[in-house]
Ligand binder design. Structure first.
Ligand code: GLN
Length: 454
C-alpha cells in the first residue's frame, strides 16, 4: 500500500531520492512468513520505514543530497539501519534532504526540492524535509531523520508530524555521514508520539562502533507515552522559555503555542517562566561551530575515495582533480560553510571565533542546567513560522538560518527534544509545532509531555 501511495503522489511531493521496491517487498514477505509461522516478532515487524539519505545503507545508493556522492553505494549499514533490518522493518527507500543536511527547506538538495504535502508550493522544512513529507503524505508510516540544529523537529513542525531529537549519544551515529559530529543525532519522524517511542526504543542504545555513544539503557519510552496519554501532568513543572517566543514569531504560531501551554495547565502541570539569556547567542555560536566541524568532515570528499571524480583536460595534478571535483560536486550552501569553517579555524582567528563560540556553548549549557533546576521540561514553539513558499528565502542565508532559532540550543547542549503538532495557524491554515525539551538522558519526559499534548 505504501509503495502504491509513493507511486501515486511522489512525482509531486518528491520525498524520495530512491525507492527500493524489490527490497521492501522481500522484507515484507519475510515478515509475513515469520507471522504465519508463529515466530517471534519485533514491536515494529513488517512496518515499512523511509530513511534519510545521509545514513549508509548497504547496497542502496547514499547521496546526502549531493552530486559529489552520486552513485556511491555504501558497503555497510549504519548501526540504526542494521537495527531496522534485524527488527524486520522493510526499508521503502531513501529520502530527500538539503545537501549534507545544511538547510531548513530541502531546497539545497542537488536533486531538486521536496514539496510540503499541505501545500505543494511550500517548503517541507529541512534538512530532513523528505522524511517529514513522506510521513505527512502517508507514503511511509515511519521515517528516520537526523537533527544537528533542528532538521528533525523543524520539518516535523511545518508538516504536522512528530519529530524527536534524542539525547546526544543516545542513538548511534555510526554510518551517519557527519555534518557536525558534536551536534548530530539520529531520531524518529512519525505521525504519533507513540510511534516515535517505539522507533526510538528500537534504534537507541549503546554502540561500541560510536565513541560518543552513551552506555546507558534507552529507558521505557513507550511507558512514558502511556503516562502522558492518561492526560494527567500533575506534579510536572513546565518552563516556558522567555527568549524563545515573541518578536520574530508568527502570531498564529504563538497562539497555538499558548493553547498548548493552557492544555498542560489543564492537565495539572505547573507552568513557570524561565529565562535563558545566552540563547540569544545560540544561532551565532552554532554558525561558527557547525561550519568548523563540517569543513573538516567534508575534506574527505577529495575525488579519490568516493563518488564523483572530475578530471580536467590535459595532465592535471591531484590538486587540480580535487579542485574541479569539489567545484562541480558541492552546491553553494556547502561551499559557503566550508569557507566559513576554514576561516573560523584558521590560525590567528581560531581563538576569536571558534574558541569564543565554544565558551558561549558552555554558557548555553549552563542556562539549561539552571532552567532545569526550576522546571522538569522546557517548552517553546518549534519554529518561528509555518511553512514558507519555495524560493522565498533561498537567496537570503540569514533568513534561512533564523528558522532554527528555537531548535539549535538543544543541539549545542546535547539535550533531547520533541516537536508535536500544536494545530493550524489562523493566518494560513498551515501546521505549527510545540517543542518540549528535557535534561540529557531524560528522554522519557519529552515523550510523557509530548503524548499529553497530542
Ligand atoms: N537548518 C540547520 C542548518 O542548516 C540545521 C540542519 C540540521 O539539523 N541538519 O544547519
Amino acid at each position: 500500500n505504501h509503495l502504491d501511495r509513493i507511486a501515486e503522489v511522489d512525482d509531486r511531493v518528491h520525498a524520495f531520492l530512491q525507492v527500493d521496491t524489490e527490497g521492501a517487498l522481500a522484507e515484507a514477505a519475510a515478515s509475513d512468513e515469520r507471522r504465519a509461522a508463529g515466530r517471534p516478532l519485533s514491536a515494529l515487524d513488517g512496518v515499512p520505514i523511509a530513511v534519510k539519505d545521509v545514513l549508509a545503507t548497504r547496497g542502496l545508493p547514499t547521496t546526502c543530497g549531493s552530486k559529489i556522492l552520486e552513485g556511491w553505494v555504501p558497503p555497510y549499514d549504519a548501526t540504526v539501519v542494521r537495527k531496522l533490518r534485524e527488527a524486520g522493518l522493510p526499508i521503502l527507500g531513501k529520502t530527500n534532504m538539503d545537501e549534507f543536511a545544511m538547510g531548513s527547506s530541502t531546497e539545497h538538495s542537488a536533486y531538486g526540492p521536496t514539496h510540503n504535502p499541505w501545500d505543494l508550493d511550500r517548503i517541507p522544512g529541512g534538512s530532513g524535509g523528505g522524511s517529514a513529507a513522506a510521513v505527512a503524505s502517508y507514503e511511509a508510516p515511519l521515517a528516520l531523520g537526523t537533527d544537528t540544529g533542528g532538521s528533525i523537529r523543524q520539518p516535523g513542525a511545518v508538516t504536522g508530524t512528530v519529530g524527536v531529537k534524542p539525547t546526544y549519544g543516545g542513538v548511534s551515529r555510526y554510518g551517519l555521514v557527519a555534518l557536525a559530529n558534536s551536534l548530530d543525532q539520529v531520531g524518529p519522524v512519525t505521525r504519533t508520539v507513540e510511534d516515535a517511542a517505539l522507533l526510538h526504543e528500537l534504534i537507541g542504545g549503546h554502540d561500541p562502533l560510536d565513541s560518543t555513544s552513551i552506555d546507558a539503557p534507552v529507558g521505557d519510552l513507550v511507558g512514558a507515552v502511556r503516562a502522558g496519554q492518561s492526560g494527567d501532568l500533575s506534579g510536572v513543572r513546565i518552563g516556558v522559555v522567555k527568549e524563545l517566543g515573541g518578536e520574530g514569531y508568527q502570531p498564529g504560531v504563538l497562539a497555538r503555542f499558548q493553547e498548548s501551554v493552557d492544555l498542560m495547565v489543564g492537565a495539572g502541570a505547573e507552568v513557570v517562566e524561565v529565562s535563558c539569556p545566552s540563547f540569544v547567542h545560540a544561532l551565532a555560536t552554532y554558525y561558527l561551530i557547525l561550519p568548523a566541524e563540517a569543513s573538516s568532515n567534508l575534506a574527505k570528499f577529495d575525488a579519490m575515495r568516493y563518488g564523483l571524480r572530475v578530471v580536467p583536460e590535459g595532465s592535471p595534478s591531484a590538486e587540480e582533480v580535487m579542485r574541479a571535483t569539489r567545484d562541480a560536486g558541492f552546491g553553494d550552501e556547502v561551499k559557503r560553510r566550508i569557507i566559513l569553517g576554514t576561516y573560523a579555524l584558521s590560525s590567528g582567528y581560531y581563538d576569536a571565533y571558534y574558541g569564543q563560540a565554544q565558551k558561549v556553548r558552555t554558557l548555553i549549557t549552563r542556562d539549561f542546567d539552571a532552567a532545569f533546576g526550576q522546571a522538569d521540561v522546557l517548552v517553546s514553539p518549534t519554529a518561528p513560522t509555518t511553512a514558507f513558499k519555495l524560493g522565498e528565502k533561498l537567496d537570503d542565508p540569514l533568513a534561512m538560518y533564523l528558522n532554527d532559532l528555537a531548535t539549535i540550543p538543544a543541539n549545542l547542549a546535547g539535550v533531547p527534544g520533541i516537536s508535536v503538532p500544536s494545530g493550524l495557524a489562523d493566518e494560513d491554515g498551515l501546521p505549527a509545532g510545540v517543542q518540549v525539551l528535557a535534561p540529557a538522558l531524560a528522554d522519557d519526559r519529552v515523550y510523557r509531555v509530548g503524548a499529553a499534548l497530542e
